[in-house]
Design a protein around this ligand. Structure first.
Ligand SMILES: Nc1ncnc2c1ncn2[C@@H]1O[C@H](COP(=O)(O)OP(=O)(O)OP(=O)(O)O)[C@@H](O)[C@H]1O
Ligand SMILES: [Mg+2]
Length: 225
């Protein structure tokens, strides 16, 4: 398995959004998370991305823990362990969240350089290889504002892959794309899963989920196991 979530609980005041939820995703799976508005899909993504704190539960990827339930609360690990966990998980946001004042190359290099995960020449080579794979190598020195939506997404995917994550999450990857671009990103996601990545996708696009998902889950399960 890649990502394992056990006994996850999250409430906002009296609104229990996630209750005793267990979830696991294996390498090579493409899990589609569907569900009505307000049922906790974004909350779940934020929890596993460490953008939000769980009340109870354990979250880990391949034995690297973000938090571990101690019988009372989800006890969060120290910063170094949290960082190891986070490097195992890549996230492609709906609005891509590229840094506007950095070039495409600088966007890819920022996190691995800050964490000293390699020397600059090695990381630049890796960035070039990924941008070539994504078909945007000619955009390496431009700023994100000059890219189309599909190109921004490809840069965001390349940036997420710089840290060689085991798990890759997408929030609404097709909402801004025409049908051809959506199928291109679907094919790419399929290739990444064939290479052993575990993929989790939140989407309202049922046709896309049916075509590319290997398993479909509903956010109703967050409160009714
Ligand atoms: N920061 C917050 N503070 C208080 N309540 C919140 C917060 N974030 C989310 N919620 C509540 O948690 C519930 C789940 O919200 P969430 O955004 O996770 O839903 P969603 O499934 O992503 O919906 P959508 O499909 O509309 O994006 C909602 O009732 C929402 O009002
Ligand atoms: Mg949402």
């Amino acid at each position: 398995m890649a990502l394992t979530v056990q006994g996850l609980n999250k409430a906002y005041g009296s609104n229990q959004v996630i209750k005793d939820f267990d979830f696991q995703i294996d390498p090579g799976e493409i899990v589609i998370l569907l569900g009505e508005s307000g049922t906790g899909k974004t909350t779940f993504m934020r929890l596993i991305n460490n953008l939000e704190e769980a009340d109870r539960g354990t979250i880990q990827i391949n034995g690297n823990y973000l938090c571990q339930d101690n019988g009372k609360v989800a006890a969060y690990k120290n910063k170094r362990e949290q960082r190891t966990y986070q490097n195992s998980l890549g996230m492609v946001f709906q609005d891509y969240q590229l840094f506007p004042n950095f070039t495409v190359l600088e966007n890819l290099l920022e996190a691995p350089l800050a964490q000293e995960l390699g020397n600059k020449a090695e990381l630049e080579q890796r960035a070039k290889t990924l941008l070539t794979r994504m078909g945007v190598e000619d955009k390496i020195d431009v700023y994100p504002s000059t890219l189309s939506g599909g190109q921004k997404q490809r840069v965001a995917i390349a940036r997420a892959l710089m840290l060689e994550p085991s798990v890759l999450c997408f929030d609404e990857p097709t909402s801004a794309l025409d049908i051809d671009s959506a199928n291109k990103v679907g094919q790419l996601i399929r290739e990444l899963s064939d290479e052993g990545k575990a993929i989790l996708i939140v989407t309202h696009d049922r046709a896309f989920g049916k075509e590319y998902g290997t398993r479909i889950i509903s956010s109703e399960q967050f409160v009714n196991n």
